[in-house]
Design a protein around this ligand. Structure first.
Ligand code: GRF
Length: 213
């Protein structure tokens, strides 16, 4: 299975995917492209170090959003991935891309959807809101991308307990280490090995009960 990974920041989720492939925790998979809107994203450096083709195109380079959207679609069609993985991608994925890769785009979100998600909920903001609400548990979610924001069918989730004195930064770090970097590679491996299907808007996973989240 060929995957294209879309990034905007440090790329620790991308690194988790690269490492999982190297360690055989993800099988039948190769990363055919890493795309970023941000030329300064360290994720691009990680891809280059791993010998993975990269593409960098910012919406700011275009006269209007439609031209950017068409260019992004073409970049992905040229790479012809079987699966598109959003790993800390801060660009709104245009409907023309969602339609072209229907049910073949997944996203990692740093909360237990439907909590603390949707427009404006990204990065530290997610954790600030969780701590402000006083929840006892947060975590991460991998879901299919549909034309909404963080609204597609849920594939995997992993809970992370809030600890006394947690700051947004401490919570973000723990959720990345204990949840994101585990369930995103696991979801990719499950899809690469044909263990995931969507029936009636719900995700079915073969052998789900024996997964070690
Ligand atoms: C992660 O917290 C992820 O949940 C969110 O953006 C951040 C990306 O981090 N979508 P990185 O670029 O993978 O380090």
């Amino acid at each position: 299975m060929k995957i294209a990974v879309l990034v905007s920041g440090g790329g620790t989720n991308l690194q988790a995917i690269i490492d999982a492939i190297d360690q055989g925790k993800i099988t039948n998979t190769e990363i055919c492209l890493v795309y970023s809107n941000n030329p300064k994203a360290y994720a691009i450096e990680r891809a280059r170090k791993a010998g993975i083709p990269t593409a960098v195109k910012s919406p700011k380079e275009f006269a209007n959003r439609e031209e950017f959207n068409e260019t992004l679609l073409q970049i992905l069609k040229d790479a012809s991935p079987d699966l598109v993985v959003l790993a800390g991608c801060l660009v709104v994925i245009p409907d023309i891309v969602v339609r072209e890769f229907s049910n073949r785009i997944i996203n990692i979100h740093p909360s237990l959807i439907p909590a603390f998600c949707g427009t404006g909920f990204y990065g530290l903001k997610v954790h600030e809101k969780a701590l402000e609400r006083g929840v006892r548990v947060s975590g991460a979610t991998v879901h299919f991308v549909d034309e909404g924001t963080d609204t597609g069918p849920i594939i995997l989730q992993k809970p992370v307990m809030i600890q006394p004195g947690d700051t947004p930064e401490a919570l973000q770090k723990r959720i990345m280490e204990q949840a994101e970097w585990k369930i995103l590679p696991m979801a990719i491996d499950l899809i690469a090995n044909d263990r995931v299907s969507v029936e009636g808007g719900k995700v079915m996973i073969k052998g789900y009960e024996s997964l070690e989240l």
